[in-house]
Design a protein around this ligand. Structure first.
Ligand code: FPP
Length: 248
């Protein structure tokens, strides 16, 4: 566990991860600790989303991806699913102007077919309105599952082979990655999971091959700029070897 480093990020000495991805976990436990309904934990979680986007934009992190709703989260009680969808709607309705002001470009990964039509419209409008921004690229993973992402890519490649437009030997890690939903995003350098759980839960399975994983005890609604800076500090102390020995 990684807490209590007690100092701020030394921006001059630090190299910023190019892409930070976060598994936001612990909203329910945050609420339970306060004898509140889970809904209020998610609401506070949305505030942490605002803080984190602003912090990344200000620090100059180029890419941020947040796991907002997994393809497995439909198994939650209908009320909770409705509430999470309502929070996303309200976030998009309220935040797009502010995101534009911060020059943030917003995008979504995940299957859209199960989402309500009005939410899809809000998503499309947010992407359209912010598409020319040159600041932080902020991606929300919504109804996203890493295994589905890989299977859809494999299916599309198989269709191309069946249609005769692709030879099997032309399938490479690069051409495979180009069929994933994350096309255009670099692989995450740093994946943070809050709340003490230490697993990926079907998030970016292909893309995390060389990511540094940082697990912190903080529950997502308590995640602050300082938590982010501590995670970046830890990232900076890791030696990334990408399969090599680390000796030049
Ligand atoms: C995990 O906590 C959190 C989620 C499944 C949802 C994350 C959603 C938000 C932070 C709110 C809206 C998002 C945006 C982008 C505006 P949990 O409920 O699994 O917590 P628990 O493990 O303590 O029960």
């Amino acid at each position: 566990m990684t807490q209590g480093l007690g100092h701020r990020l030394d921006a001059a000495a630090a190299s910023l991860p190019r892409h930070i991805a976060i598994i936001m976990d612990g909203n329910g436990r945050w609420a339970k600790k306060r004898y509140m309904p889970r809904t209020l934990g998610h609401r506070e979680g949305a505030e942490a989303v605002r803080r984190t986007v602003t912090a990344c934009a200000e620090l100059g992190v180029p890419y941020l991806t947040l796991f907002a709703f997994s393809s497995e989260n439909w198994k939650r009680p209908a009320d909770e699913v409705d509430d999470l969808m309502w929070l996303l709607r309200s976030y998009l309705q309220r935040e797009v102007n502010e995101l534009n002001r911060q020059r943030v470009r917003i995008g979504f990964i995940g299957e859209r077919d199960r989402l309500a039509p009005d939410l899809i419209t809000l998503i499309e409008n947010a992407e359209l309105q912010t598409r020319n921004n040159d600041g932080l690229v902020f991606t929300i993973a919504l109804n996203y599952g890493g295994q589905n992402d890989i299977v859809s890519a494999a299916r599309r490649l198989a269709e191309e082979v069946a249609a005769g437009s692709l030879r099997p030997d032309q399938i490479t890690p690069e051409s495979f990655a180009a069929h994933l939903m994350t096309l255009g995003l670099p692989d995450p350098d740093l994946i943070i999971r809050t709340s003490g759980e230490q697993r990926l839960s079907n998030f970016m399975l292909w893309q995390s091959a060389y990511s540094e994983l940082v697990f912190i005890d903080t529950l997502w609604p308590d995640f602050s700029r300082e938590s982010l800076e501590q995670a970046i500090d830890l990232f900076n102390r890791r030696e990334r070897r990408f399969g090599a020995t680390g000796e030049s």
